[in-house]
Design a protein around this ligand. Structure first.
Ligand code: ATP
Ligand code: MG
Length: 358
């Protein structure tokens, strides 16, 4: 069986370092591993509109931002197909058919949907489209016969829901769709990067992000004003490492060579953590170290982005031809779905066979 990847992001803002560790880095690794037959990366504008219906200009503007972030992070358009969700209308049609296979109660139980409804204060006024987005995500995944979906941890309930839809579809209409698995980052610190404000998740919608394209000046401002252990008031106080976003970022980004280069007084990140726990290590010193690490990680990404910004016509063409290729693939799966559901009337004469006595 072919090994196929489908993954994507909502164009609700520029991509941030949570995306980098949660999903982008993994995508680049899988892309370059040569172990996959196909890699499809989707800019999910239709999904972004489910909670941004009144801000189409925001979604439109961020299409190019996300595309530039992909290319800057190392997605290679020669190896991966980058496309725009709404330019593949087959996905909408699949969503419509899958809606019949999912109960309202099942979507209401989806923990990610619950958390996101709460985060957006939607409790009493959930747009139907937003409520249905797990179903549309199942359409996106199955339309490419994806076997692997690299995502952050918050997306696991979505993949589970997709697998249920695949089972149900295949049980009702016959073996047609392919079941995917989620691919999570192997480093536990990367599963869900917290915000700079200490909130559980860095998220474009919460404004607590460090963006991939951050200028050095803004990066410095953001790192130096990050939330840390609120009880670590004086340098000599013992500090808490667990749940402290500065150390969580170090867990996600620090490589041994950064300790050697920027903090030669310490043998390892663990030694730095022990010092913080004991007391006598100030937040400013740890933050300065994190700043050096992030500068080293984001510098090459920023440079690649600047180079692609000068080739914006090429980026536009990558999206156009990628969307065209994606539509071809999705159309072939949609045709299988229609024939499994027996709604392919004009390619299937069974509709009139009964009358013709055949
Ligand atoms: P929004 O606030 O608009 O939902 P977002 O920041 O949550 O934006 P998405 O486009 O919804 O970003 O997520 C894209 C991918 O990045 C998903 O696979 C998601 O799991 C992953 N991801 C997003 N935020 C983080 C994070 N803080 N840590 C790890 N992975 C993340
Ligand atoms: Mg999200």
């Amino acid at each position: 069986m072919s090994r196929i990847i489908l993954t994507g992001d909502r164009p609700t803002g520029r991509l941030h370092v949570g995306h980098l560790v949660g999903s982008l880095r993994e995508r680049v690794r899988l892309q370059d591993s040569g172990e996959f037959d196909e890699i499809n990366i989707m800019i999910a504008d239709a999904q972004a509109l489910t909670d941004n219906a009144e801000h189409p200009e925001k979604v439109r503007r961020n299409i190019m931002e996300v595309a530039l972030d992909y290319l800057a992070a190392g997605i290679d358009p020669e190896k991966s197909t980058i496309f725009i969700q709404s330019m593949v209308p087959e996905l909408t049609e699949l969503t419509f058919y899958y809606m019949n296979l999912v109960t309202v109660a099942r979507v209401q139980r989806n923990p990610t949907v619950k958390a996101e409804i709460q985060m957006r204060n939607f409790e009493a006024s959930i747009p139907v489209g937003f409520f249905c987005y797990p179903i549309s995500q199942a359409a996106d995944i199955t339309a490419f016969r994806a076997t692997h979906v690299p995502v952050g941890e918050d997306q696991l309930p979505m993949i589970e829901q997709c697998r249920e839809i695949v089972h149900k579809f295949n049980a009702v209409y016959g073996e047609t769709l392919t079941e995917p698995v989620a691919v999570l980052p192997s480093n536990a610190a990367c599963l869900r990067l917290p915000g700079t404000d200490g909130k559980a998740k860095m998220s474009k919608s919460l404004g607590n992000c460090i963006y991939l394209s951050e200028s050095e000046a803004d990066l410095k401002k953001k790192v130096m004003s990050m939330y840390t252990d609120p009880n670590h008031l004086r340098v000599e106080d013992p500090g808490q490492v667990e749940g402290n976003p500065v150390f969580m970022y170090l867990d996600a980004f620090c490589r041994p060579e950064y300790i050697e280069e920027f903090l030669p007084d310490y043998a390892s990140l663990d030694e730095l953590k022990d010092h913080y726990r004991r007391g006598g290590l100030g937040d400013v010193k740890v933050k300065k170290f994190l700043l050096s690490v992030l500068k080293a990680e984001l510098g090459p990404i920023r440079e690649r982005r600047e180079a692609w910004e000068k080739r914006i016509d090429d980026v536009y063409e990558i999206l156009r031809s990628g969307s065209e290729a994606a539509e071809k693939k999705a159309a072939s799966v949609l045709s299988d779905v229609r024939s499994a559901m027996q709604i392919d009337y004009f390619t299937d004469r069974r509709l009139i066979d009964a009358y013709a006595g055949r």
